[in-house]
Design a protein around this ligand. Structure first.
Ligand SMILES: [Zn+2]
Length: 272
């Protein structure tokens, strides 16, 4: 965990300058003896930049602050999470599948979609599911300043609270991207950052069977499964494959003895 408010992009910019200067020094033979120090620093700079970037985009890394991506538990528990809704008719269809099997899930909703369909938010809550904040405009938070990040979060929390009576206490950054400033802003807003441990790239619609197969191949005790009932703010792609895959995933995992819980419930199960 880093205790700096430097943005990822600033750190990468600084590293790029260091790499260029180091290579220049190496070329001019200024830092060439006794070893090629300039070249060494340049290579180190590239490696550090790569590591910093990986930590901002990989869902299970804690370098910029604590995120939740799965539970360490010996119990056969699993959490389904759906991003980018509400998005008719698919959010309703996902809710139908969950209702038929009496399965709870967690929905990370986009603020501007939530503002359009508050009745779907009320249905999500009425049927026992958890709501999370997925920003207002589904923007990459690494591209916003601190004020912009806070605005995305607050606006969405207001829309959710207006629809269901209370704001969520969990959030998922779009694409999972975060850095020190994003994490610090979430801590200030008292929002837990939730990532995932099982993704199937359902957002590119590879086929329901493929989505289900990829998901089932990775699920273990305490997994947090990422699926999409929406399509960002574009709302262009259909999500019937995810709806069909959800049905297969639930039935297969129930047959294997898994119990489905919300993100809050699976977070409590961490045996550390
Ligand atoms: Zn998303």
């Amino acid at each position: 965990m880093v205790d700096t408010n430097m943005r990822l992009i600033s750190m990468l910019g600084l590293l790029t300058i260091i790499v260029i200067i180091s290579l220049l020094f190496d070329y001019l033979r200024i830092l060439k003896r006794p070893v090629r120090l300039g070249l060494g620093v340049a290579v180190l700079g590239i490696v550090v930049g790569f590591i910093l970037t990986l930590n901002a985009v990989l869902p299970a890394n804690h370098f910029y602050g604590p995120v939740f991506s799965e539970s360490r538990t010996s119990q056969k528990l699993v959490a389904l999470t759906f991003d980018d809704g509400p998005y008719p008719p698919y959010t309703g269809q996902v809710l139908d599948v969950l209702k038929e099997r009496n399965i709870p899930a967690t929905f990370f909703v986009i603020g501007q979609n939530a503002a359009k369909y508050p009745e779907l938010l009320r249905r999500i809550v009425a049927e026992g599911h958890q709501l999370g904040n997925h920003t207002y405009n589904h923007v990459d938070l690494l591209k916003l300043d601190r004020q912009g990040i806070i605005a995305e979060i607050e606006k969405t929390n207001q829309v959710i609270a207006a629809a269901v009576g209370y704001p969520p206490h969990v959030m998922r950054p779009p694409h999972g991207f975060r850095d020190a400033v994003v994490m610090d802003a979430m801590a200030e807003k008292k929002l837990k950052v939730i990532e995932w441990s099982v993704a199937s790239r359902d957002w590119v619609n590879p086929g329901a069977e493929v989505i289900a197969e990829r998901t089932l191949g990775k699920v273990q005790n305490g997994s947090v499964i990422l699926l999409h009932d929406g399509d960002g703010i574009a709302a262009a792609l259909p999500r019937e494959q995810t709806v069909a895959a959800t049905r297969i995933i639930i039935d297969k995992l129930l047959a294997q003895g898994y119990t489905f819980v919300t993100v809050d419930e699976i977070r409590k199960m961490s045996e550390e």
